[in-house]
Design a protein around this ligand. Structure first.
Ligand code: F6R
Length: 602
């Protein structure tokens, strides 16, 4: 997590840093800071607040032509000014921003820095002091930087300034993302392209273990053995306006509303006009010949995986296991003979998922990353990639990535099923189904007022809530509960409807909200029975049902869709319900407490 930005050789350094940090705030927003310098002086401004507060604090700071900035998601040390980045060494010589976790920071402190009075509690401060230590041993700033990094174990993306030299930045990365942007006689640095997209769309990738010297006109890359490397730049296909909220009050609402158009876009991305799959034949044959598919993900992506399992198994006859990356990384199950891995990750940077991919690569096993971010780490490191084409997802609470992950898995499953000659794969007209889904999403989105009212009357001042369903509705229940808890702070649980009576029903009391999701004919009457059980114990039941199983009194009724694809529509009112619950509580919808969009620590 944490966002890094840097600039060298541009006379609007301060503004570029602050704008870049605003774009990176999704990576963490516990505190923020910048160091900006011109030829005569360097200015350090930090705050435990958001970037907007930093901007106000930096009002009197000159623009400068070099600088580094950081927005933090705290790992070591509370979010206060001392722990905010940039960190300046006690001598004042060096200043650094860091994203990642330095695992051996206590050893480094004890081995090299016993006589240094550290200002805060972060692992990052140790690195800047270590650079300073090696500089005091007689090394040049770059040699000191390299020497310090040679001692460091862990993940990092680092930008270092020598406060006495306003013409050089030093960069390095290991496991955490960092990209260089190319300008006219200037350079930019950022944790992602979005941080620099207002200035450039031409970038150079940095790889793990590389050390870089950046001046306004030169970019010099060294490998671990100090050999100079050359690297081609690439142009990123990002539209700066995609990252704007426009007239929307929140990114989350904009992203919920974008789902119908994402569904329509995916039809043309994944099917030709004749309805043929556009997916790389190598992916399809590789997967068709596997004997088991392992889906790996975290949070919302894991929830999408639970839906994907059902779709893939139904359309391909290949058994699927869904694993939480944070568990699988330490406890690989017994694998089948011909396994195939799918990594579901909106950001493509999630450390928990990446550590599983690293193991999969060590075992030489095939993998596919399904991600929203082209060129992201998990995309680069997997055998294959499929893109979500959802446009940047900025709100911390994931919405359009969830639905597009499910849709992409449906296209994939159908292609594999067709390859295997399975009739059930040819019986589903995905272009038609997805077009219907997009329209039903539209109709749900137009029910905002009703959903806002339901949120007020059912979730009002409650401290807890339950979501229940069976089969795919159970998978959606878990996603709905996650959405609600992360942005409204209501304690919420998604439950298999039949399981409540095996213990959890003890929590139901007068007024407890229970949201019941009913889309499946096979299980509808059972889930209704479970809803009755909680209702007779005082629960306030809100029912979301599909038209063919709807009953009078259901608060929200969805038009029918293919039975494998119901989550794509049932989740939309649930996302809106969470949105309004957060809004009605006066909370920060897009940036809920303690969270960050891109989870790059394990
Ligand atoms: C919840 C949410 C998270 C992410 C999870 C995985 O709304 O966004 O649970 O789904 O952190 O992130 P990715 O998909 O980027 O790997």
């Amino acid at each position: 997590m944490c966002g890094i930005v840097g600039v060298i050789g541009n006379n609007r350094a301060k503004d570029i840093l602050l704008t870049g940090l605003e774009k990176l705030e999704y990576r963490g927003y516990d505190s923020a800071g910048i160091m900006v310098a011109d030829d005569s002086q360097a200015y350090l401004v930090k705050t435990p607040g958001r970037v907007s507060e930093l901007r106000a604090l930096a009002n009197d700071v000159p623009e400068g032509h070099i600088g580094i900035g950081h927005t933090r998601w705290a790992t070591h040390g509370v979010p206060n000014t001392e722990n905010a980045h940039p960190h300046q060494s006690t001598s004042g010589k060096f200043c650094l921003v860091h994203n990642g976790v330095i695992e051996n920071y206590l050893d480094l402190k004890n081995d090299y820095l016993t006589d240094i009075a550290l200002k805060g509690d972060t692992d990052s401060e140790i690195v800047v002091e270590l650079v300073d230590y090696f500089y005091r041993q007689g090394k040049t700033p770059f040699e000191a930087f390299k020497a310090a990094l040679d001692k460091v174990e862990g993940s990092y993306a680092i930008a270092l300034m020598d406060v006495e030299d306003s013409n050089t930045l030093y960069l390095a990365k290991n496991k955490s993302p960092l990209l260089i942007g190319l300008g006219d006689d200037c350079h930019y640095v950022g944790s992602d392209a979005m941080a620099m997209i207002n200035e450039t769309n031409e970038f150079v990738e940095i790889k793990d273990g590389e050390r870089i010297i950046l001046t306004p006109s030169e970019l010099t890359i060294f490998d671990r053995e100090s050999n100079k490397l050359t690297r081609e730049s690439f142009v990123a296909d990002i539209d700066a306006t995609d990252t704007e909220k426009g007239l929307y009050p929140h990114y989350m609402l904009k992203e919920i509303d974008e789902q119908p158009s994402v569904m329509r876009k995916l039809i043309s991305e994944y099917l030709t006009e004749d309805g043929l799959s556009t997916i790389d034949e190598n992916i399809i044959s590789h997967m068709a010949s596997s004997d088991r598919i392992y889906i790996v993900g975290c949070g919302t992506s894991w929830h999408a995986g639970l839906v994907g399992k059902k779709i893939i198994e139904e359309l391909t006859n290949i058994p699927v296991e869904v694993h939480l990356a944070s568990e699988m990384g330490y406890d690989m199950p017994i694998l089948s003979e011909k396994p195939f891995f799918i990594f579901l990750t909106q950001s493509g940077e999630t450390a928990d998922s990446r550590q599983v991919l690293v193991k999969v690569n060590e075992l030489n096993l095939p993998s596919l990353t399904i991600t929203n971010v082209k060129g992201s780490t998990l995309s680069r490191e997997a055998t294959y990639t499929l893109l979500l084409h959802a446009g940047p997802e900025i709100a911390v609470a994931s919405t359009k990535a969830y639905t597009s992950q499910i849709a992409v898995m449906a296209y994939l499953a159908q292609s594999i099923g067709l390859k295997k000659g399975l009739e059930k794969a040819s019986s589903i007209d995905l272009a038609h189904e997805m077009a219907i889904i997009a329209s039903i999403m539209d109709s749900m989105i137009s029910e905002k007022e009703l959903i806002a009212d339901l949120s007020e009357s059912f979730l009002g001042t409650t401290r807890n809530a339950f979501f229940i369903g069976r089969g795919l509705d159970y998978a959606v229940s878990m996603e709905a509960a996650l959405k609600l808890k992360e942005i409204s702070y209501i304690q919420a649980e998604g439950f298999a409807a039949g399981e409540l009576k095996h213990g959890t029903i003890a929590l139901i009391e007068e007024g407890t909200p229970v949201i019941s999701i009913i889309t499946d004919e096979k299980t509808a009457s059972h889930t209704r029975g479970n809803a009755k059980e909680v209702e007779s114990r005082g629960a306030n039941v809100l029912t979301i049902s599909l038209e063919n199983v709807a009953q009078e009194g259901d608060q929200l009724v969805l038009l029918p869709v293919h039975e494998l694809l119901t989550p794509l529509v049932s989740v939309v009112p649930l996302q809106l319900l969470a949105y309004y619950a957060s809004l009605q509580r006066g909370l920060d919808v897009d940036k809920p407490r303690n969270l960050a969009k891109s989870v790059t620590v394990e």
